[in-house]
Write a protein that binds this ligand. Structure first.
Ligand code: FE2
Ligand code: FE2
Length: 301
């Protein structure tokens, strides 16, 4: 996909009320590429709980935000993440379940992870609760670093050349483009609540390990129910992943590692990941976003 030359600068964040038709999407939505198809399909099971967790933390954080512009951006972010969660919920029922993948057990694990393990602190002093909220905001900033990387990858890969399903490409590129569009929000929010190199590094380590574990575990979970994979050892997923990454169908582990290292630079800025111009250009032509009747608007100062 060609990258537009001009960057429009910051854009006003708003949710697009998209709907996808899953009736024609097969489990292997990239033909003859079960590993790449299943590894990416995991995001449908991961994102809804993760994004609702982001929203809960932001609703908790909003009353403490005195900066009107940041608060407005947070509300735009909440609107977009709520729509992402809803769209992937539909994909769980209408794509994964419809293709014979029983998702309940995996979704229960995601619920435990985001509601219990990483959820808001129920007991303790107001100070302790605030401290834990700030830790969550840094975890969200780290998670959003990866959603921006994945979003940028969704806009720049070889899916089309391999005949990928249009509905799946559109949901991933619409979502990916909005992730690139709002890639600075979570970092700005976390910095507003209290920057710290140790906080950044700790959050990044937790999210990187968690993300890799969920993606590989999720791919194995889908694979165990996929007739193509039944009986194959879970350890086979890694070499097959690397082969698909080499074809440009999955983000290479090297690129993920490189992007992780850039986050540890003290001068890191989320703007370094992806292109707003490319994201906005995709959102202007996304079939689902067009059906929703939204065109991106530039922010007026
Ligand atoms: Fe999202
Ligand atoms: Fe996001």
């Amino acid at each position: 996909m060609a990258m537009p030359a001009l960057d429009p600068g910051p854009v006003e964040l708003h949710a697009r009320n998209v709907v996808f038709d899953w009736s024609e999407t097969p489990l292997h939505w990239i033909p003859n590429e079960p590993t790449a198809s299943n590894a990416i399909s995991v995001v449908n099971m991961l994102f809804p709980e993760a994004e609702r967790w982001f929203i809960e933390a932001y609703n908790e954080a909003l009353p403490f935000v005195q900066d009107d512009e940041l608060a407005a951006t947070m509300r735009g972010f909440i609107g977009q993440e709520a729509m992402h969660a809803e769209a992937h919920d539909h994909a769980i029922a209408e794509f994964l379940e419809a293709n014979g993948i029983e998702t309940k057990a995996f979704l229960a694990q995601m619920e435990w992870l985001f509601r219990k393990l990483l959820g808001p602190k129920k007991a303790g002093s107001a100070k302790a609760k605030r401290k834990q909220l700030v830790e969550r905001l840094w975890l969200i900033a780290a998670a959003e670093h990866y959603t921006a990387i994945l979003g940028n990858f969704a806009l720049n890969n070889t899916w089309e050349e391999h005949g990928a399903d249009p509905a799946m490409m559109d949901i991933l590129r619409w979502h990916g483009a909005e992730e690139v569009e709002h890639r600075c929000v979570a970092h700005d929010v976390a910095v507003y609540f209290g920057d710290g190199y140790l906080r950044r590094a700790r959050a990044m380590a937790v999210i990187l390990v968690g993300l890799l574990a969920v993606v590989f575990r999720g791919a194995a979970f889908i694979g165990a129910q996929d007739p193509h994979y039944r009986g194959a050892h879970a350890l086979l997923i890694l070499p097959r992943y690397m082969k698909a990454a080499h074809k440009g169908l999955l983000p290479s582990l090297r690129s993920v590692l490189f992007a992780t290292i850039t986050y540890f630079k003290p001068s890191f800025s989320p703007v370094e990941v992806g292109s707003t111009a490319q994201a906005v250009a995709y959102l202007a032509k996304s079939p689902a976003a067009r059906r929703a009747g939204h065109a991106p608007r530039a922010l007026e100062d």
